[in-house]
Structure formats: structure tokens, C-alpha cells
Design a protein around this ligand. Structure first.
Ligand code: GTR
Length: 409
């Protein structure tokens, strides 16, 4: 079924807004020199209208939380499945958990480490998602947990802690009283285009893949949900307080995981950019065409219809963020990462607030972007733009934990 959104509104903020944080001229020039086909100039952002978050495709206005929950939210979710991320097939599979390593004296005795094999099997095939989980020993209570979707090398999530990376700062998170977990996205589906033969696609897909068949990002999001299946069974974990965290392609995945699986109590998207938090219609930095060309396996094939045709998309990314509402949502950016369009990510968050307000989770952020390195957090949403390059750093995590202190404690 293809639904076409017929109602559009202007963004609350002009596309060319110059309020608040400004991209550095130097960065703009350097990036433009590298790729002149990509727009990094605010004044070249085309005029655009965003689809109206609070209007049903049939034109009805969404004025109550009931209508949002029963009709508008499901409609938006379907639009994203149909046109962007794709749909999980209904194939059956078995799932089992096995704790393959338990160390109650990890990190100098301050934490408990569990390594869990999550085995997914069908009649002919199986795969294992290797989940690592640290929980603090400082309390007997069940703790909130950050689950990182790791899209980088395994050395970033070393459970032995011989290798330490700011990408997954276990020691610091434990010291603040939270649990922290991670899985490797490639366990679920390797990050390459092989016509969907390997990974979970090769296990669950029916022979014919329709235009809305799930891509690799949807597969990773599905993997995050399988980790959640385990986390809700672990007696050291508060299953009602699991935050899903991802950086870049992992950030796109975290948003989709939070949209598809309401068990995630909080969603953190770090520098998720194109088809993550950033508004597609701005065509600033990476575009739909560029992402579909470079990563033909990430999204469903229907999404390719919107290459150089963003205005025809029945959704934009403020609607993806709104699918998280009223749960706490963090959008983070970095000022040298113009490829990921920080301003487009902020505008997207700003425009998603209508859903938070409708649901009684009053959350306000100013129209103007905040300056560098200043977290803004009000109600259920938070944002920061950190100085520096595209990365997930301890500084980002510290802000995320501050937000969790206010929302998951
Ligand atoms: C880039 C891609 C981005 C982002 C990034 C990453 O090459 O264009 O959308 O996902 O990779 O994952 O680091």
C-alpha cells in the first residue's frame, strides 16, 4: 500500500535561518573544495515545506493524544517502513540467550561483566549476536542501561577493557551508576552490499524482495531489539530504562530502533545526519541520492525513488523524531561534521516538538541553535553541538548521562 501525504506545511523556521550557531566559513570552504557537488552553504538551501506532523494523510487534524497514538503515529511508522527503512519480514525464527562469560569483579571489582550469546535460528541457518553488558556493583538495585549499536571496529567495544575507546566509555558510565552494553552491528548484518545474502537478511528474507523489504539499517535496529529481548530478562537491569545509543549510521539505526520498538525508554542519536535526524528537504551535506548511491543496502529500494526528489517524500525526519515522543530524545551534532547537517538536525528536533506537546510531554527548545558545547535540555528533548570532527567522544557521553540523570533516574 502506498500512502501519499497531501498536506504540507512550511517549516516553523525559514530554511535559511541564521539564528544561533554558525558553521565556520573555513570548514565550509574546505569541504566544498573536496566535493563541489555537495551544498554546504546555508543560502543555497532551497525553499521547502515539511509534511504536517499533525495532519492525517486523509486531511484530518490530529488534536488529541488518542488520535496520535491510535492513528497518526501508526500511519507515520508505516510511511517510514514503506518508503525509507523497509519492513521486517514476518518469517519465524527462534531466539535463545546464553551467558558465556560472567565476571563479577570486572573493572577492579566495580562492575559485573556478562557476555551473552543471542542466537537466532531458523531451520537451516543461525547467527549469534554477541552482547556485552557491564553493570555497576555499587548498588543492588536494577540499573538503567545504555545500549550502544557499535558500527565501528570491535576494538571499540572490548569487554576485556585492555583496549579502551571513548566510543564506549565503560569505566566512566559505570562510575556514574549506569549499566552499559554494546553489540556489533555486523553480527546482525555485515555492512556491505551483497544483494542481501549474508546476515539476517539471508536467514529471514523470502526469495522475492519487494520495494519495501528491509535494508541493513532496519536489520541493525532489529538486532538492537533482540538485545533488548535479553536485557529485559537480566535481573541487574531495569528493563524499563534502557537507552539506545548510536553514532552516525548507528545513530540512524538508534532512531529507527526507538521508532519500531517502544521498549527503548530513551533514544540518543549522535551525528546521525542524512536519513537520521537531519531534514532531507534541506539538501545540505549528504543527500538522499548520495546516500542511496554510496550505501545501496542501507534502506529499502523504494527510498531510491526520492533520489534528487526529496520534496516527493511523504515524510521528513522531524516525523522520525516524533515517533520517539513522548520518550526522552537526544540529538547531538559536531560543528565540523557539516556532511551530517547540524542545523537540519536541530530544525528537525524543533519541528518534532509538536508531537511532544500534544502528548503532554512539554518540551521546548529555542528557535535559535545553541552555541558550541552548550547542552540544551528541556522536558524530554536535548541537543548539543560539540566542537570538532565527526565522532562519538566522552564529552558527548557526559552530556548524554546528564540527560539520563534528569530522565531515567
Ligand atoms: C558516511 C555516511 C554517513 C554516516 C557515516 C558514518 O560515510 O555518508 O551517512 O553514516 O558514514 O556512519 O560514519
Amino acid at each position: 500500500m502506498t500512502l501519499i501525504a497531501t498536506n504540507f506545511i512550511s517549516a516553523d523556521l525559514p530554511a535559511q535561518t541564521n539564528e544561533g550557531w554558525q558553521a565556520s566559513k573555513e570548514v565550509i570552504e574546505t569541504l566544498t573544495e573536496k566535493r563541489s557537488d555537495i551544498n554546504y552553504y546555508e543560502e543555497k538551501v532551497p525553499a521547502y515545506k515539511l509534511p504536517d506532523l499533525l495532519m492525517m494523510t486523509d486531511g484530518r487534524k490530529v488534536t488529541t493524544s488518542r488520535l496520535w497514538n491510535t492513528e497518526r503515529r501508526p500511519e507515520i511508522l508505516e510511511l517510514f517502513r514503506e518508503n525509507v527503512f523497509g519492513r521486517v519480514p514476518e518469517s519465524s525464527y527462534k531466539e535463545s540467550f546464553k551467558v558465556v562469560n560472567l565476571d563479577r569483579k570486572a573493572i577492579g571489582g566495580s562492575a559485573t561483566l556478562k557476555q551473552i550469546d543471542i542466537t537466532i535460528s531458523t531451520e537451516s541457518k543461525s547467527l549469534v549476536i554477541h552482547l556485552s553488558l557491564f553493570t555497576p556493583n555499587s548498588t543492588k538495585k536494577q540499573v538503567p542501561v545504555f545500549l550502544l549499536i557499535n558500527n565501528r571496529g570491535l576494538e571499540n567495544i572490548d569487554p576485556s577493557r585492555k583496549g579502551k575507546s571513548e566510543f564506549w566509555p565503560v569505566e566512566e558510565v559505570i562510575a556514574r551508576g549506569y549499566g552499559i552494553a554494546a553489540f556489533y552491528n555486523a553480527d546482525v548484518d555485515p555492512d556491505n552490499f551483497d544483494n542481501f545474502r549474508n546476515g539476517i537478511h539471508g536467514m529471514l528474507d523470502k526469495n522475492l524482495r519487494p520495494g519495501d523489504a528491509w535494508g541493513t539499517i532496519a536489520a541493525w535496529a532489529w538486532g538492537a531489539s533482540r538485545c533488548m529481548d535479553y536485557l529485559v530478562t537480566d535481573k541487574d537491569v531495569d528493563g524499563n530504562k534502557v537507552a539506545v545509543v548510536g553514532h552516525s549510521r548507528g545513530g540512524k539505526t538508534a532512531l529507527w530502533a526507538g521508532a519500531e520498538d517502544a521498549r527503548f525508554a530513551m533514544v540518543i542519536s549522535n551525528e546521525s545526519g542524512c536519513t537520521g535526524a537531519a531534514l532531507a528537504r534541506r539538501r545540505y551535506g549528504e543527500t538522499v541520492d548520495v546516500i542511496n548511491t554510496n550505501f545501496p543496502h542501507w534502506f529499502c529500494s523504494n527510498y531510491k525513488k526520492y533520489n534528487k526528489n526529496e520534496d516527493a517524500l511523504p515524510v521528513d525526519m522531524h516525523m522520525l523524531l516524533a515517533l520517539i515522543a513522548p520518550r526522552p530524545l537526544y540529538v547531538a551534532c559536531a560543528d565540523e561534521d557539516l556532511w551530517g547537517d547540524p542545523r537540519g538536525s536541530y530544525l528537525s528536533l524543533y519541528n518534532s516538538l509538536q508531537a511532544y506537546k500534544l502528548l503532554g510531554a512539554d518540551s521546548d527548545i529555542p528557535k535559535a541553535m545553541p552555541p558550541l558545547n552548550k547542552q540544551i535540555s528541556n522536558g524530554k528533548v536535548a541537543f548539543h553541538i560539540r566542537d570538532g570532527v565527526h565522532n562519538l567522544l566522552l564529552r558527548d557521553w557526559n552530556w548524554f548521562i546528564d540527560f539520563a540523570d534528569a530522565n531515567l533516574r
